[in-house]
Design a protein around this ligand. Structure first.
Ligand code: NAD
Length: 545
């Protein structure tokens, strides 16, 4: 046993590689894309370290070329959920007994494997399976995930080092115990890093995990399981189960050993799971922890003082609204623009959007790929149809979709007269941005409108050169966004720099990639030791006068 007080290596953000023509990373990524495109990966479940296959398989396809199958994943039943829970429970004792130093070493190794030899494997898988461009895959699957692993190791050390003071004769300690059962990770399709982190963060703190990934990101989910194994995560610590999401998750929530939910996905599903857990409280050994990050209706408010920043505003709308086809929880989705600025801004936006290419992500000239699947395509097409057919809405650019080869949705900007229209109020989760114009002297009324229009409170931005106007926005929009940006797009939070999460309908705001998140995966035990205990019950005040 090593008693040294070791120090976790100081975390530094993983540098984002450029993939510029002629760069070695570009050549390596292209080769890996070709390799993965040329095979059909068999994707089993992984339970207790065993590969589990079933008689039934489903296709994992490229969203931008939906006839192209890149993987076949095995479809599990609720009995597999039972097996995964049993495997997680079996692995608990040994994993809890492993010192934090050793658990951290495993995830630090995962970071270095990912940043090194595994980088293009995970990037290519994310590009092909989730239709991300090279840059979008790099900032997610390689960099953000390596950052999660490295920064969380440092935060875990910080948490364990946070100890109470002791007076003479006593020693007070806090034992940061993992939760009293397994953690269920239910993960979204849109970020490979989030999928991995929802498993790795509780595991780092000593918990064992049952993982139900998104059916729309199975190719990268399996690569992540292989990465965990290669880094030394022991069998049973993270168990991957697939099948019908509602039945599998419902089964897990029936277990008395269920101790916590680490969820990212839509608000409707988070609310439903919250409700189920509440109804079943009597079954559980302890009150389960619920960490859930969900939808957003993220805004950009432009103040008239930004009139000379048209390129910056237009770039924020285009990058914030259309990168990853608008499928970021933080994607800019509604903008409030002073009427006086609109003619010039409109011209810039039309010009910028016209220069964007959309298509196969293996062609690096493309700025956008496809939306994730049939349901997402139909939902986006319906919002476009609403924009085209409503009398108070002008389609400024885009407005069409084509699913003949892939699920392609044109980047669309719509000028919306009614600020309560669904384009200004609902999460669309696609490349569609609503713009509402306001009279230049109605800034504060517009901030109040922005605050009250949608139930979400995830991200938002204000553009202004006027410090007073920025301060007013910070005050009036204090609860409207968990991540607030000044003169920047509302997307692209970096671990260790802008801890991420929102409140209201957007989630429990436990800030992924922060000590605050890790604290949810421990249940502290306070230990008081008295060195020389008293030996008589009386106190001096009881003595005779
Ligand atoms: P989703 O809700 O469809 O799926 C999320 C997960 O829940 C998946 O694993 C899915 O299989 C599972 N699921 C679906 N229906 C279920 C049910 N009835 N019971 C139990 N589990 C069920 O979300 P998605 O399409 O994968 O992701 C997009 C959503 O995630 C958007 O709303 C986006 O805003 C949100 N998101 C939020 C953040 C954040 O940090 N706030 C980050 C990424 C994505």
């Amino acid at each position: 046993m090593i008693d040294a007080r070791v120090k976790v290596p100081h975390p530094v953000n993983e540098p984002v590689l450029s993939y510029a023509p002629g760069s070695p990373e570009r050549a390596a990524l292209k080769a890996e894309l070709a390799r993965q495109s040329g095979e059909v990966l068999e994707i089993p479940m992984v339970i207790g370290g065993e590969r589990v296959t079933t008689g039934e398989q489903r296709d994992a396809v490229m969203p931008h070329r939906h006839a192209h199958v890149i993987g076949r994943y095995h479809w599990g039943e609720t009995s597999h959920m039972d097996q995964a829970i049993a495997a997680a429970q079996d692995a608990r004792e040994a994993w809890m007994a492993m010192p934090l130093r050793a658990r951290s070493a495993i995830f630090l190794k995962a970071a270095d494997l990912l940043a090194g030899p595994w980088r293009q494997r995970i990037n290519a898988s994310t590009m092909l399976g989730q239709s991300k461009t090279a840059f979008q895959a790099e900032i997610d699957a390689a960099c953000e995930l390596a950052d999660f692993f490295r920064f969380n190791a440092a935060y875990a050390e910080q948490i364990h080092g946070d100890q109470p003071g002791s007076v003479r004769g006593l020693w007070d300690q806090v034992d940061y115990r993992p939760l009293d059962g397994f953690v269920l990770a239910v993960t979204p399709f849109n970020f490979t890093s989030i999928a991995a982190n929802l498993c790795a963060a509780p595991a780092l703190m000593g918990n064992t995990v049952v993982w139900k990934p998104s059916l729309l990101a199975m190719h990268s989910a399996y690569q992540l399981m292989l990465l965990f194994e290669a880094a030394g995560v022991p069998p049973g610590v993270i168990n991957l189960v697939t099948g019908d999401p509602a039945s599998l998750v419902d089964r897990a929530l029936e277990s008395p050993d269920f101790a916590g939910l680490h969820f990212t996905g839509s608000t409707a599903v988070l609310k439903a799971l919250f409700g189920k857990i509440g109804e079943r409280l009597d079954r559980y050994r302890a009150y389960p922890r619920i960490v859930g990050e969900s939808g957003g209706k993220d805004f950009i408010v432009v103040h008239p003082s930004a009139k000379d920043d048209l390129d910056a505003v237009a770039t924020a709308i285009v990058r914030g609204g259309f990168e990853l086809q608008g499928q970021k929880c933080s994607a800019a989705s509604r903008c409030y623009v002073p009427r006086s600025m609109w003619p010039a801004l409109k011209a810039r936006l039309i010009e910028m959007v016209a220069s964007l290419k959309m298509g196969d992500v293996a062609d690096f000239r493309n700025f956008m790929g496809a939306v994730i699947g049939r349901a997402a395509f139909d939902r986006n097409a319906a919002y476009q149809e609403h924009a085209r057919s409503s009398s108070g809405i002008e389609v400024v650019c885009g407005g069409n979709a084509d699913d003949s080869v892939g699920y392609f949705v044109e980047p669309t900007i719509a000028l919306v007269e009614d600020p309560q229209d669904k384009l200004m109020a609902e999460e669309i989760f696609g490349p569609i941005v609503g713009v509402h114009l306001y009279d230049d002297d109605a800034y504060e009324e517009t901030l109040a409108l922005c605050d009250a229009t949608s139930p979400y409170a995830l991200t938002g931005a204000v553009f202004s050169r006027d410090r007073g106007a920025i301060e007013i926005a910070l005050r009036m929009l204090r609860h409207a966004a968990g991540n607030f940006y000044i003169n920047d797009k509302p997307t692209g939070a970096v671990v260790g720099q802008q801890p991420f999460g929102g409140s209201r309908a957007s989630g429990t705001n436990d800030k992924a990639g922060s000590a605050q998140n890790l604290l949810r995966w421990v249940s502290p035990r306070t230990i008081k030791e008295t060195f020389v205990p008293p030996v008589a019950p009386g106190y001096p005040f009881m003595d005779a006068e």
